[in-house]
Design a binder for this molecule. Structure first.
Ligand code: 6DF
Length: 474
């Protein structure tokens, strides 16, 4: 390994790079010398088990040899070709997604490749509005769909909309003027732990069994005029917003979209490619979307890539027009080589099934932890994507009252997820969450049982510390 002057690296980092989520004075670089599987390796050789899986995006693990070899082989043939040209890599990536991954479903039509999840969401919103020739899109509270203008307009987490938060906890962030384009309507999130409509799960169904949050969404669209609404965009389980829906929510949303004749965009950027124990999370619910957005796990982030898959009817419509759009790196041959190798690796190693089995093991471990720790109000998830709601009493009261409407002006050190992150790090485990009271835990699909145990032991240790700090004070 070549000698690296990490002191110099940190100096340049602080001096020349614009930071996010920290003021310049607050910012401390975290040097990582290399990565391997589920681990980050610091310059001093310390190995950190990464239970963020970076941003829940390294599905087959870091530096996968199969993907790396495919990239090296592609580099022997290509530098770069723009989307107008055909390559074996791009065609094969499309075929793998439509035929090998989704081949047993009737809906998939065609795919467009882009470079990031935000780009995939922008493209999906564009297609939905073009196809329906309607302006409005419905999103939900606590949604995260990206940082670009269109994707940020359907992102509803206040603290991640590009605003500038002051260090004064009481200051409101300076949001980007004109950010929200006004053609977005916001429906309630299926946040049963803290229902925005004030209901209690189990007594919130109407006479037809429809959930109150779905009924509210339906009424909202009917009042808006379904003829104005192109689509509703949903994550299946909200990643950054950390809300896991009751089982009936997604099927009821799908039924509603069909009854109101609006499209359903399933944003699978974070949940796709096996993360939840199915190829795509919507498959847990026996439904078929109209449009699916993909990124992160599509290449396991070896090289950035994203995609949008549209149903057959939309594909037929698009084929009849000259679609006037371009993205420089769409179908980048080296990225497409990584996508092909990643998908084939997931297939050949049966990683979707392995993620499902890992999820069953993780669920059992959470049941054991919940029996021991009163601060675990709720653990939910599947595959290798889980959330843990941290509470300070049996009324499920959050430690940080503002909860998901927090912004980064707040003093993060008071957040339970930050307290746990600090203590878990003592055990060599990186874990935390993007919401103050909610852990968001994810690993690679092929995480070992030993590493799951290591993560759970670290969480056990950290929860004991949190509870000793908080419950004694109260
Ligand atoms: N859609 C979904 N997630 C996403 C993301 C995007 C689109 C962010 C980075 C995240 C996730 C969990 C915790 C904290 O970043 P991008 O443009 O490639 O993708 C946008 C459902 O989760 C990104 C942050």
């Amino acid at each position: 390994m070549k000698e690296i002057n990490w002191k110099q690296i940190e100096e340049w980092d602080k001096k020349y790079i614009l930071r996010t989520f920290s003021t310049q004075d607050e910012y401390q670089p975290i040097p990582i010398e290399s990565t391997e599987g589920d681990y980050l390796i610091k310059p001093d050789g310390t190995r950190l088990l990464d239970c963020f899986n970076q941003l829940y995006c390294v599905n087959v693990g870091q530096r996968n040899e199969t993907i790396n070899n495919a990239i090296k082989e592609a580099l022997d043939r290509y530098g770069f070709l723009q989307d107008a040209y055909a390559t074996d890599y791009k065609s094969k990536a499309a075929k793998l997604i439509i035929e090998d991954v989704l081949g047993n479903e009737a809906w998939p039509g065609k795919v467009r490749f882009v470079s990031t999840g935000s780009e995939a969401v922008e493209t999906a919103l564009m297609i939905a509005r073009l196809y329906k020739n309607r302006p409005l899109v419905v999103t939900r509270e606590y949604a995260y769909h990206g940082w670009t203008k269109g994707s940020a307009s359907v992102t509803r987490i206040k603290g991640v909309k590009g605003g500038m938060a002051e260090t004064n906890p009481n200051a409101r962030p300076q949001q980007i003027p004109g950010q929200d384009s006004g053609i977005v309507a916001v429906a309630p999130a299926p946040n049963c732990m803290r229902c925005s409509l004030g209901h209690k799960y189990g007594s919130c169904h109407d006479e037809n069994g429809e959930l109150a949050c779905v009924k509210y969404t339906r009424r909202m669209i009917e009042n808006q005029g379904p003829e104005q609404v192109a689509a509703i965009i949903t994550e299946i389980t909200q990643g950054a917003g950390s809300v896991h829906p009751p089982d009936e929510y997604i099927p009821q949303i799908r039924k509603m979209t069909k009854e109101l004749d609006i499209l359903w965009i399933a944003d699978e950027v974070l949940t796709g490619f096996g993360r939840t124990g199915e190829w795509f999370a919507y498959q847990h619910y026996g439904v078929e979307p109209d449009i699916v957005t993909m990124a992160k796990g599509i290449s396991s982030s070896a090289i950035p890539a994203g995609a949008v898959v549209v149903n057959k009817e939309i594909a037929k419509f698009m084929d009849e027009y000259r679609w006037e759009t371009v993205s420089t790196y769409s179908g980048h041959p080296i990225a497409m080589a990584a996508v092909c190798a990643n998908i084939e690796y997931i297939i050949n190693e049966n990683l979707v099934e392995k993620a499902k089995e890992a999820g069953q093991y993780i669920q059992q471990k959470f049941l054991e932890l919940k029996a021991k720790h009163r601060s675990i109000g709720h653990a939910a998830g599947y595959g290798v994507l889980w959330l843990v709601e941290l509470v300070k009493d049996d009324k499920m009261t959050p430690f940080v009252e503002i909860d998901r409407n927090f912004t980064h002006g707040a003093d993060a050190h008071t957040f339970p997820v930050e307290i746990i992150k600090e203590k878990a790090l003592e055990k060599g485990v990186l874990m935390g969450g993007s919401m103050p009271n909610t852990m968001r835990i994810g690993t690679s699909l092929n995480v070992s049982r030993e590493d799951i145990d290591k993560a759970m032991d670290a969480l056990d240790y950290a929860l004991s510390h949190l509870e000793s700090r908080v419950f004694q004070e109260s």
